[in-house]
Design a protein around this ligand. Structure first.
Ligand SMILES: Cc1ncc(COP(=O)(O)O)c(C=O)c1O
Length: 383
């Protein structure tokens, strides 16, 4: 790899992870892979071809959906985010299914010119996240309106859990599920229930079979990351088949300078680190512009040939410095692991999350989309 900072994606892990999530509850319905936000920072162009096992794909925005179609993706694609009222026809022409929870969206659809193409809608029900969603009391009215618009297919209905990852107590999720079920029952009674019903994110899909309905909608798990420590603990105690998730992503860089630094020297902006011994430091060409956040300053470490090298001083926009005094035989342009394995050591997205005071989701999603992504099989680069 000739770049100075890059992301490596393991070719076999995404499909392996999809299979493992399915296996945890013997799920045989549709599996929708959530590849929004540049596939959680992994690189949507590189990840999507690795998702042979995914039946559907979901993204947030219309533009993300159009990008998938430009890439030649033929699978059903669901837009989870609001489609601007004046761009609904673009979604229709590109066969992008999308969420509806506003009556204004239905009004805009009614005003569209007739087309040979149908619009496939998924109504999102508010069950307690207080984000997007139609109120349960309005769901029947909305479902009826959707079903009555010519050229519109009431394809699906869904909801999203607010507090299923962050806790060992799943009572709130249970309440949300009950609300969703009540809406489903009412729709069933009216003969309005659409074919595709979905509620399960990764944590729900692993932990609670009853959330799976006809489709699961998983993001973080397909990238080989657990939604949280609580989810893993719950899975281990609940008696489901605990999936063996394999992280897909490694993040690497190369040393661009090695220098001897006398004891008592201040390293980097603000002089926040002062050497206590004659030291050797390596300068790395990665910084907060790449997603290697400033909060890692004086806190995290990197891996060089299986050795930990602590970050010294402040992480800059495009550079940071690490202590290699105790690492033998480093050399210019040697590979450095920021996230991933090296020898018997590993830096996980969760460790970076602790150093950055955030969660693994934000760590990987925050890796700059400007960095090159390569897909690997063992030591070989596939593309
Ligand atoms: C509506 C919706 N569904 C599914 C997901 C996937 O969740 P997870 O990554 O926890 O599997 C997300 C993630 O943000 C989401 O917003």
């Amino acid at each position: 790899m000739s770049s100075l900072v890059w992301v490596e994606l393991d070719a076999d892990s995404p499909d392996h992870n999809l299979d493992e999530i399915r296996r945890s509850n013997n799920f045989s319905g549709l599996h929708c892979a959530v590849v929004k936000s540049n596939a959680y920072g992994h690189g949507v162009r590189e990840i999507v071809p690795l998702l042979a096992e995914a039946d559907w794909l979901a993204v947030n925005s219309l533009d993300e959906g159009l990008e998938l179609r430009q890439m030649g993706v033929l699978k059903p694609v669901l837009l989870l985010g609001h489609v601007p009222l004046n761009r609904i026809d673009e979604a229709r022409q590109a066969d992008l299914r999308f969420v509806v929870y506003n009556f204004e969206t239905l009004e805009a659809i009614r005003d569209l010119p007739v087309s040979e193409k149908n619009i496939f809608l998924h109504m999102k029900v508010e069950t307690g996240t207080w984000r997007q969603g139609v109120l349960p009391d309005d769901a029947i009215i909305m479902a009826r309106e959707i079903s009555e618009i010519p050229g519109v297919v009431f394809d699906g209905i869904y909801t999203h859990f607010a507090n299923i990852e962050d806790t060992l107590n799943h009572q709130y999720a249970e309440t949300q599920l009950n609300t969703f079920q009540r809406v489903l029952d009412a729709l069933q009674e009216e003969g309005l229930k659409p074919p595709v019903v979905h509620s399960a994110c990764t944590a729900a899909a692993i932990l609670f079979e009853k959330t799976n309905f006809s489709m699961i909608r998983t993001g973080i798990g397909l990238y080989g990351l657990w939604p949280s420590r609580e989810t893993k603990l719950s899975a281990e105690s609940i008696g489901c088949t605990v999936p063996h998730l394999k992280p897909v992503l490694s993040w690497k860089t190369r040393i661009v300078q090695i220098k001897e630094v006398p004891a008592g020297s201040f390293i980097g902006y603000g002089g926040t680190y002062r050497t206590t011994r004659n030291s050797r430091i390596a300068v790395l060409p990665v910084g907060y512009a790449d997603g290697y956040r400033r909060s890692i300053s004086n806190t995290g470490w990197v891996l060089i040939d299986g050795n930990r090298a602590p970050v010294l001083g402040r992480v800059c926009m495009n550079l940071c410095m690490v202590d290699i005094t105790d690492v033998k035989e480093t050399f210019l342009e040697e590979e450095v692991v920021l996230l991933g394995r090296s020898g018997s050591e590993e830096i996980t997205a969760e460790m970076l999350g602790q150093w950055m005071d955030t969660i693994n989701y934000e760590v990987v999603t925050g890796i700059s989309s400007l960095l090159p992504r390569v897909v690997t099989k063992g030591a070989d680069i596939v593309y």
